[in-house]
Design a protein. Sequence first.
Length: 129
Amino acid sequence: MGLMWPAPAVAIPPLAITPALQQHLQTWLQEDMGRGDLSAAALQGCCGQAHWISKADGVFCGGQLAAAVFGLMDSGVTTQVLVNDGEAISAGTRLLELEGPAAALVGAERTALNLAMRLSGIATATAAL
């Protein structure tokens, strides 16, 4: 892998989800949901599990935001972020594990993925400079 990102000298504190950030996340969720998600509606009452696996080498960013998005969708979703923001990853790296109401997992997926992919793209491009 061509990207080398030094490990942080100190532990990175958890991202503070401020009321303003929470409002933005909620707005983005509502924009992506539109008039509803038929797949999510079909899964009402079902529980599910999901995991994110990277498609390419790069630098991961956005795990804590993704967890916040799923939590806003349904507080019953548990998210385990397996890779820290700023950490170099290889294709096939397991990034997140999720469990909870299947409708929430499907309903929040697009918003959470959009955020993490955009932030990871920026982090990867920055690391390559």
